[in-house]
Design a binder for this molecule. Structure first.
Ligand code: PEP
Length: 251
C-alpha cells in the first residue's frame, strides 16, 4: 500500500494563497509524488476549485474538502454537498476531525451519516478519530476509539472499495499543541485501531490506510512513517508551507 501523505489546511489560505503553495510544491516535487507515496490536501471550501486546478501539476496528488453535509441538496444554509465538492475537482473529504467534534460539537452519529453519504456519493473519505487527554487518563482510550469507529462507519455501503476509505488516528491532545505521541503510544494505539477496524470492516480493514496525525513535522515524520500499522500521516500546521510539507512527503 502506498503511504498516504495528507495535509489539512483548516481555516487558512485564500484561493490565491492555496494556488501559490501548490505551485511551489509542484516545483519542489518535480511534478509528481515520490515513489510509494500518494498526496492529498484538504482545502477550505472557498479555495477548493482553484487548488484542485493547480494540483493537476502534481501527478499522484489530489484535493479534498474539509467537511460535507449528508444530503444531496436542500435548505441547509452554509453547508455543501458531495456533488458540489466533486464539481470543484476534489475526490476526497475529511469527516470527524477533532475540531469539528470538539469545537463545532458534531456527534459520533452525525459523523457517521456524513461518512456514509459521502462514500455513497462518489467521494473518498478520511474519517478522523481520537481521544482527549481526559479520556486517555481515565482509561477510556479503547472505548472512545471503538465508539467513534463503530458509529463513524455505521451504514457504510457494503460495496465500498477499501481504497475509498482511510482512518486517521489523531489524539486530540497532540493536535496543534507541538506534543507528538511517543512512538510506543502510536504503535500501541494503531494496533487497537487496526483490530477495531477488522471488527467493523472485516477483510477490508488491512487494505484501508490507517494514518497518524498530531504535530507531525519534518523532524519526526520519517520515524512515525516507519512504525507498524502506520500507512501515512495527516498534517496540519506543518503542511501550510510548501517546503515543510514537501520534506514530510519525502521523509
Ligand atoms: C490536524 O489538523 O489534523 C493536525 C494533526 O494538526 P497539527 O499537525 O497541526 O497537529
Amino acid at each position: 500500500m502506498k503511504k498516504l501523505m495528507a495535509a489539512n489546511w483548516k481555516m487558512y489560505k485564500t484561493g490565491a494563497e492555496a494556488v501559490e503553495t501548490v505551485q511551489a510544491m509542484a516545483g519542489l516535487l518535480n511534478g509528481q509524488a515520490p515513489e510509494g507515496r500518494e498526496i492529498v490536501i484538504f482545502v477550505p471550501f472557498t479555495a477548493l476549485e482553484r487548488a484542485c486546478g493547480a494540483m493537476e501539476a502534481i501527478k499522484g496528488a489530489a484535493c479534498g474538502a474539509e467537511d460535507v453535509y449528508p444530503a444531496a441538496e436542500g435548505a441547509f444554509t452554509g453547508e455543501i454537498s458531495p456533488a458540489m465538492i466533486r464539481a470543484c475537482g476534489a475526490s476526497w473529504v475529511l469527516t470527524g476531525h477533532s475540531e469539528r467534534r470538539h469545537v463545532i460539537g458534531e456527534s459520533d452519529s452525525f459523523v457517521g451519516e456524513k461518512t456514509a453519504f459521502a462514500l455513497a456519493n462518489g467521494l473518498r473519505v478520511m474519517l478522523c478519530i481520537g481521544e482527549t487527554l481526559e479520556e486517555r487518563e481515565a482509561g477510556l482510550l479503547r472505548n472512545v476509539l471503538e465508539r467513534q469507529l463503530k458509529l463513524g462507519l455505521k451504514n457504510v455501503p457494503a460495496d465500498t472499495p477499501a481504497e475509498a476509505l482511510a482512518i486517521a488516528y489523531e489524539p486530540v491532545w497532540a493536535i496543534g499543541t507541538g506534543k507528538t505521541a511517543t512512538t510506543d503510544d502510536i504503535v500501541e494505539t494503531h494496533a487497537i485501531c487496526r483490530s477495531l477496524m477488522r471488527e467493523v470492516l472485516g477483510d477490508k480493514a488491512d487494505k484501508t490506510p490507517l494514518l497518524y496525525g498530531g504535530s507531525v513535522k519534518p523532524a519526526n515524520a520519517g520515524s512515525i512513517l516507519a512504525l507498524d500499522n502506520v500507512d501515512g500521516v495527516l498534517v496540519g500546521g506543518a503542511s501550510l508551507k510548501a517546503d515543510s510539507f514537501t520534506q514530510i512527503i519525502n521523509a
